[in-house]
Design a protein around this ligand. Sequence first.
Ligand code: SF4
Length: 262
Amino acid sequence: MPLKKTTTQKSSSRPRRLKPAAIERIFEIFQRLNPKPETELSFSDPYTLLVAVTLSAQATDIGVNKATARLFPIAHTPKQMVALGEKKLADHIKTIGLWRNKAKNVIALSKKLLSDFNGEVPNDREALESLPGVGRKTANVVLNIAFHEPTIAVDTHIFRVANRTGIAPGKDVLSVEKALIKSVPDTYKHHAHHWLILHGRYICKARTPECWRCPIEKLCLYKDKTPDPATTKAPTKKQATKTRKSMAKKPKLAKTIRKPTK
Ligand code: SF4
């Protein structure tokens, strides 16, 4: 007969999830601190946004902005991009990771915009995802920023913050996205993407989250919060010497049992 799960087993195997009131409070705090969060990518319209987001995969926004500052003055429409051509576009974006593939995709998506969408970026997920190099995340960003849809694109920062805090725990990007759409109150959905990205980028960092200066620290469910380095006591001289000595000690070898000589 299969064993029934005890209450303890049940709670320890489940990811910890924040209560709706706590999630609401977190977004209230984000809104109070940053009422109008914005993307850090430079763009002037849906097309330049689409190109910038496509270039930003596995690259920093600063790096993308440096490249597009040189690129957009000469090619900021699908027609101009196609006329520029893959080789010259590649020269402009060589400082960004995966530039060869990205150049190929930007030219191909520009051609498709001209042939299928009258040169306009479509306000539709399916149509966006039909463009070369455009996946769910890029489509979500474009829908959110250019067309003000309440989508939440889950990148590495959002995935981490959603899981650590307990706002929307999930094993993969899509389950976190679905959990966020369900748990973030409607009033905050439009800006949720930016608040969570900025929080992950500057405070809830991957290696060492800066919990001691985190505005949502009291609500967050993360177990191993980082203490304030300014108030964390440095080890005393005696403690440091003891640690050094114990680390330098060689592991004891088991005594060799000698066979009695005959
Ligand atoms: S308390 Fe720490 S883990 Fe929780 S959100 Fe803030 S920085 Fe991240």
